[in-house]
Write a protein that binds this ligand. Sequence first.
Ligand code: ADP
Length: 296
Amino acid sequence: MAPRIVVAGSANMDLVGLAERLPLPGETVLGDDFVMMPGGKGANQAIAAARAGGRAVFLGAIGSDSFGVTLNARLNAAGVDTAHLRTSYGASGVAVIMVDRAAENSILVAPGANSTFRDLTAAEEQVIVGGDVLLCQLEIPVETVTAACRAARAAGVRTILNAAPVRELPADLLANVDLLVVNEVEAQTITGSTSPDMSALLALVPRVVLTLGGAGSRYAERDGRDEMVPAFVVEATDTTAAGDAFTAALAVAWGEGRDLIEAVRWANAAGAACVRKLGASNALPTRAEIDEVFAS
Ligand code: ADP
């Protein structure tokens, strides 16, 4: 039976404007193009988990606007269980993204409904308790992430925190995280050091995965293994959502009971399969695509 991956997180509509250059403050620039894409780290990782072969359940909040309708449809179309997704009266989360021809960007995130995802209901806690793995990020109120991880831990459900976007992590959250997934910048911010300090991270949580882009990732556990897991060599087209593909695949593989080094290796294959393709949630790899890279 496929593992049940419960993702408690954000859903945003990404509004992406493309222009020759980014406007300066107070300036208007005539753009080249505009695209609208469902996103948000929570929704992306739920979709990625479903594609990677997990039974994904999404807990979060969308708004009562038309973006909410589209976000819900996107999740459902990907096979994510949205039965417990909240609709709160008002705006959905939106990311206003401007990209120039050198791929430089400016991003404004208006959290909208995501900021109303507070005070887990008994039904939501039941969903968490019924999962194999709980997967969280930091685009919803940190109190909600903490409550979700606490409920999971109390029931013996494994918890993974992808600490993005990075912020200060409260002690009662860290106490309920089994596995922390961070990139180098996030690792440095959390430990307040100029290079990723694994031992400082392991003082906070028992297991850490450090993602290193095209170099792969590093897995370390408290009083135990510390290994580099090299990346799969692919032609990188677009690194958008590689971290989401990686983290979701890691959750699925760990939920399947694979050893964590092996799970990280498979997650590297998911990240590599993602960077081969252009786009955000449409580039999230299927299980077959991950297995193909994994076997290469
Ligand atoms: P983030 O986007 O969160 O900073 P990374 O860029 O570290 O995350 O990418 C996540 C994972 O995706 C990496 O650990 C690696 O396994 C895979 N990956 C990213 N970029 C490449 C690449 N150019 N080639 C192969 N794998 C990659």
